[in-house]
Each structure stands twice: as structure tokens, then as C-alpha cells.
Design a protein around this ligand. Structure first.
Ligand SMILES: Cc1cc2nc3c(=O)[nH]c(=O)nc-3n(C[C@H](O)[C@H](O)[C@H](O)COP(=O)(O)OP(=O)(O)OC[C@H]3O[C@@H](n4cnc5c(N)ncnc54)[C@H](O)[C@@H]3O)c2cc1C
Length: 593
């Protein structure tokens, strides 16, 4: 038995015995890790999950909780069935040859199986379909206008008992009692457009009152997903160690991974994993040194991801010979960053009709409503080409401020002590922060955001022409049903309307991300690969610890959690189907190309 060089002082010498033996060691307690653990347990394997943090859930707990699963059981219950070959064709198109067909096919085949398994395994695992939230390229062959995004229902965390306080919470917690179900959000954005939007507002007020009277502690989206997975683990007595970072992998003389060194209560424990180690450690979004080295254009930490995700699993894999791929890639998400560091998505704002986004030259550069990955790529490419695109500026007018939800501001008359900004005026603190700029003319705005005034005016005029005509001939904004989703349904083109009278407002957009998406190369069984495509026996990776099955694209909402859970499931299934500690001649079809 040999070990890799220890990362930490005090790591045990090679050759020592084991402190603990399990069949499968799952590293990380996000969606990928917990799904893997449930499957391994169901297949009769002894499982241990180790989590570095004091709380479980990782980025998955912080997330929107969308899970992209074409042909999910919930879809089938609604009578919708997609042709798997067409879904594979869709994925082939958007991944542009970066990912093997075997991996894509495995995903399309196993994602619904994974979900059916979870539903069957525990009553906590309920999934609902969100019809109408289109795939991100619904017009491509195999894309779906109805979408394949699945969510879990909200739940009350009191059901977790003692584990309630260990559930990872988002950094910016919603005010007590305020929660939006997966179906509420779109209507919420339409609060000024229709009565159903206003009804959501009333629902929110009622929920706040309820929470105060009855002590409800409802969580939704990502937190609900993780809480439910946690409860399912509990039913099966699957062990989860918190505050237990994995420091390195253990290998035998043939290079087979036999376990890992895990720190617990100050001790370095050698854990044997007879069937395999599944790395579900998330990405390296919080390792800014590595990120700068991989992609110099993004030198600032603008990630929404779990603060503990610094790529431990990826590094541990590399040390035992694994290859990596897509390391310059992330799940990009244009965002606003407030002076206290808080990040805020720019999603529905980019679909709002009377707005356009300019680069440092004062020009539009993309369909503003484009999927967030595409928007991020356009920012990076533009920056590389020599024009400032990071940041860029979303420009809108007072009329929009009074009609649409922007950065969480509710366009309703001022409500004293409201938990979110309300009222007709842009909050003074926003203007003082420099993140939002107000101006009485195009010249003034151009000077304040440092773009050429003549070009900005020309861009505004051109945008006005296109908006009056109702078609964006330049970038096709509003042509896709995806664009329309958060647009204004009362307009002929939900995504286009001319900018009106000043004051104008500009919002500073930076290149946020939901996490990195490059990582260890894996094959269709989630087995980790070397550069020559041979398999590192005993080692699996899923989620953001692995190079994305989505390549550099994003199929639809949930396209990161879907694969994390699916390949966690696939890895566990593979562990169950192989002999313990077997040495096999391994042929692989390769991972990402
Ligand atoms: C605000 C936000 C919204 C998002 N919305 C969506 C969405 O709706 N749909 C979607 O598909 N994606 C979404 N994402 C992205 C998605 O959350 C992640 O891509 C996904 O959850 C990654 O899952 P994972 O299991 O790979 O990693 P994670 O969920 O991050 O879990 C990794 C875990 O491993 C632990 N870990 C790390 N190193 C070690 C170590 N050495 N030892 C032990 N444990 C370790 C971490 O602490 C963490 O708990 C969102 C992300 C954010 C931040």
C-alpha cells in the first residue's frame, strides 16, 4: 500500500492499517454526493459520506434547486414523453463535439431512472415538473419549449430535527417567512402586469404572517432538495460526518484507489473504500489563484458558490494521475455585486422589455435575454478582444423602474419596514454604491459609466427603432420562447419596448458564476480517467468535481444539478456491480474530448 504525498502535516505513513472500512466513500454532501450515497445504500453497500464543512448541502443547498431531467417521472405523469434520441441530438448540438456520445446517452438514459429511484426510495423525495420553463435552446432539434426542469416542493425544516441547524443556508437569507415556490417566481415578476402577480404578493404577506404565528420554517428550491435528501439518508441510517475534510486519496501499487485520508476531530483517519471513492466535492470556484491561472479575464471572486469549494477533489484526483478538462469554464451568471460583497442575479432584468446592455464602447453586444452561459461567454470574448465587457451596463428608464422587479426592488408604492426595497425612487444607498447610476441625459449617463457619449446615443436610438418595430433585427431578442419567459406578457414582443424619458438608470453587471464546471475527466460510468483515457480504478467523480457533461453549454434550468445527481447515481451503481477490490482490465470510451 502506498499513499500520495500528504497535503497536511500529520497525515499517516503509507503501509498503516485502516481506521475504518466501507464499501463506498462519498466525499461531499451536495446533490451529487447525497444521491450517490442513497443509491449505494440501496444496492446493499456500506456507505460513509464525509463533508468538509460544519453544514451539509454545498452549492446545491444554496441553489435554485432546478434539476434538468428530460423524461422525468413527473413529466410522464403529466403525459409528456420525449424521444431520448432527440434529446441526445440536442445535447450533441449544444456540446459541439466536446463530450462523448456515450456520456450524453448515459445521462439521458439514467437521469429519469435516478429520479424514479429517489421517488421510490423515500416519501420525502417528491418531484414536480415546471412546465413552460423552456430548454435554453428550445428551437433546436430535440429542444423543448415546455422544458424539463424539475423541482422539489417546499418543506418545513422542523422535520429535520437535530439536523436542521446543520443545513447550509444561503448567504443572503430571505426575510423570515418569505419564500417563493418554483411556480411563484415568474408570476411574482409580473406583479404590475396582472392579478396573478399581485396574488403572489398577497401569498407572500400571508406566509410572513403565518411564520410569525405558527413558527413555520419553510425552505424551498435548493435547501428543500438537500433537506429532503438528508431525511431520506436518515431513514436509512446512512452516516454523514460533518467537519470531516478528505485530504488525499490512498492508492495501491497498481495505482488503484483504495480509500482516502479524512480528518475527524483532529485525527487523520485512513478510510478503506472497497468498491470505490466517489468525489462529489464540487468545483474550485473559491480558489481564486487557480481560477486566475486558468482564466485571467475573471480575476475577482464573483461566485455564488459554496465558500468551501476550492477544488480539493480535483487536486486529489490529479495527484493520483487524473486528467482534467474545461478548467477555464464556469456556470457563468451575469450579476450585480453590492459593496458588501453580496451577489445578485441579473436574470429577469435581462428579459425586461425597455433595457439594453452596453460594453465599454457603448454598444450592445448580444441578445440581452440570452441564456446566462452565452451571456458570460460573450463578456469573456469581448473582454479578450480588447473592449471592456467586464463590467458591462444594463440601461433602463424610470418607466421600467415603476413596472418591473429589478434587483429585488418591488415596483409598488413605498411600504414602511418592508423586507425588500419598495417605492418609486431608486434607493439612495444603491446610487451611492456606484453599482447603480442615475442620469438626466444620455451625455450625463455616458460620462458616469465611462462610455463614448455619441455611441451610447446611437445605440439608444437604434434600440428605440427596433423596439418600435417590435423585432430585434440586430440580436433577435424575443425570438426564442426562452427569452419570453420572464418578459412582459402584455406586450406583442415581451422582450422589447422603447426606452422612454429620463432619468435613465445604469446597473453595473459583473461576470458572476454558480460554480466552476471544469474538473476531472470522467467516462460514462463517472470513472475518473487519466490523460490516455485509461480508468483510475476505484475512483469516481460527479458534479462540479468532474468536467461537465454539458461541455461549455447549459441545456436548460437544472443542467448542473441534474448531472451531479445522475452521475452520482451512476457511479454508485457501477460500484455495486463490480467485485470489491477487483483488478480489472479496463477499457474506456474516454470522457470529454
Ligand atoms: C445561487 C445558486 C443557484 C443555483 N441554481 C441552480 C439551479 O437551479 N439548477 C442547477 O442545476 N444548478 C444551480 N446552481 C449550480 C449548482 O448548485 C451546482 O452546480 C451543483 O449544486 C453542484 O453540485 P455538487 O454536488 O457537484 O457540489 P456541491 O453541492 O457544491 O457539494 C460539494 C460539497 O463537497 C464539500 N467538499 C469540498 N471539498 C471537500 C473535502 N475535501 N472533503 C469533504 N467534503 C468536501 C463541500 O463543502 C460541499 O458541501 C446554482 C448555484 C448557486 C450558487
Amino acid at each position: 500500500m502506498t499513499t500520495e504525498e500528504p497535503d497536511t502535516a500529520g497525515a499517516p505513513d503509507s503501509g498503516a492499517g485502516y481506521d475504518e472500512t466501507v464499501d463506498v466513500l462519498v466525499v461531499g454532501s451536495g446533490g451529487g454526493g447525497l444521491s450517490a450515497a442513497l443509491k449505494a445504500d440501496a444496492d446493499g453497500l456500506e456507505v460513509l459520506i464525509v463533508e468538509k464543512g460544519a453544514k451539509y448541502g454545498g452549492s446545491t443547498a444554496l441553489s435554485g434547486g432546478g434539476i434538468w431531467v428530460p423524461n422525468a417521472p413527473a413529466q410522464r405523469r403529466a403525459g409528456v414523453e420525449l424521444n431520448p434520441d432527440e434529446v441526445v441530438a440536442y445535447l450533441k448540438t449544444i456540446t459541439g463535439g466536446l463530450v462523448t456520445e456515450q456520456r450524453l446517452r448515459m445521462y439521458v438514459e439514467k437521469a429519469p431512472e435516478m429520479m424514479a429511484f429517489l421517488e421510490e426510495r423515500s416519501d420525502w423525495m417528491q418531484f414536480i415538473w415546471k412546465p413552460g420553463y423552456a430548454d435554453y435552446y428550445p428551437e433546436l432539434e430535440g429542444g423543448s419549449g415546455q422544458g424539463s426542469t424539475i423541482n422539489v416542493p417546499p418543506m418545513d425544516t422542523r422535520a429535520l430535527g437535530p439536523e436542521e441547524n446543520e443545513l447550509l443556508e444561503p448567504l443572503a437569507l430571505a426575510p423570515k417567512g418569505i419564500w417563493l415556490g418554483p411556480m411563484d417566481l415568474r408570476l411574482f415578476y409580473q406583479v404590475r402586469q396582472n392579478w396573478r402577480g399581485k396574488a403572489v404578493l398577497l401569498k407572500l404577506i400571508w406566509r410572513m404572517v403565518r411564520a410569525r404565528i405558527f413558527g413555520d420554517r419553510i425552505v424551498t428550491i435548493g435547501q428543500s432538495l438537500i433537506a429532503r435528501l438528508r431525511l431520506a439518508l436518515k431513514e436509512r441510517n446512512i452516516r454523514l460526518w460533518l467537519d470531516a475534510p478528505m485530504h488525499m486519496l490512498l492508492t495501491d501499487p497498481d495505482g488503484r484507489v483504495t480509500g482516502a485520508v479524512v480528518e475527524r476531530d483532529g485525527a487523520q483517519l485512513r478510510i478503506e473504500a472497497r468498491r470505490g471513492v466517489i468525489l462529489a466535492t464540487g468545483g474550485f470556484e473559491r480558489d481564486m489563484d487557480r481560477r486566475r491561472a486558468e482564466l485571467p479575464e475573471v480575476a475577482t471572486d464573483w461566485s455564488f458558490g459554496n465558500p468551501l469549494n476550492v477544488g480539493d477533489g480535483i487536486r486529489a484526483g490529479e495527484k493520483v494521475g487524473a486528467a482534467t478538462d474545461l478548467m477555464d469554464e464556469s456556470w457563468w451568471f451575469p450579476a450585480v455585486q453590492w459593496p458588501d460583497g453580496r451577489m445578485q442575479f441579473m436574470l429577469n432584468e435581462r428579459m425586461m422589455p425597455a433595457q439594453f446592455i452596453v460594453n465599454g464602447a457603448g454598444e450592445r453586444f448580444i441578445n440581452e435575454a440570452a441564456p446566462y452561459m452565452d451571456f458570460g461567454h460573450a463578456m469573456i470574448e469581448g473582454q479578450r478582444a480588447g473592449t471592456v465587457h467586464i463590467p458591462c451596463w444594463l440601461i433602463t428608464d424610470e418607466r421600467s423602474w415603476h413596472r418591473y422587479v429589478i434587483c429585488g426592488h418591488l415596483p409598488i408604492p413605498k411600504v414602511p419596514f418592508a423586507p425588500v426595497p419598495t417605492g418609486g425612487k431608486v434607493p439612495r444607498t444603491w446610487l451611492e454604491s456606484g453599482v447603480v447610476v442615475e442620469a438626466g441625459s444620455w451625455d450625463e449617463l455616458a460620462a458616469k459609466i465611462d462610455v463614448p457619449a455619441g455611441t451610447l446615443k446611437a445605440t439608444a436610438e437604434r434600440f428605440g427603432e427596433l423596439a418600435r418595430k417590435g423585432h430585434d433585427d440586430d440580436f433577435g431578442r424575443g425570438d426564442s420562447v426562452y427569452d419570453n419567459y420572464y418578459g412582459d406578457p402584455t406586450l406583442p414582443n415581451p422582450n422589447l419596448y422603447p426606452i422612454g424619458k429620463p432619468p435613465y438608470y445604469a446597473f453595473r453587471i459583473v461576470l458572476g458564476d454558480l460554480g466552476t464546471s471544469g474538473g476531472l475527466r470522467t467516462d460514462e460510468y463517472a470513472r475518473v480517467l487519466r490523460a490516455d483515457d485509461t480508468v483510475i480504478d476505484g475512483l469516481y467523480a460527479t458534479g462540479n468535481a468532474s468536467a461537465a457533461v454539458m461541455g461549455r453549454s447549459y441545456a436548460g434550468a437544472g443542467a448542473t444539478i441534474g448531472p451531479a445527481m445522475t452521475f452520482g447515481y451512476v457511479a454508485a451503481q457501477h460500484c455495486a456491480q463490480r467485485e470489491p477490490s477487483e483488478t480489472e482490465t479496463i477499457e474506456s470510451t474516454g470522457g470529454n474530448r
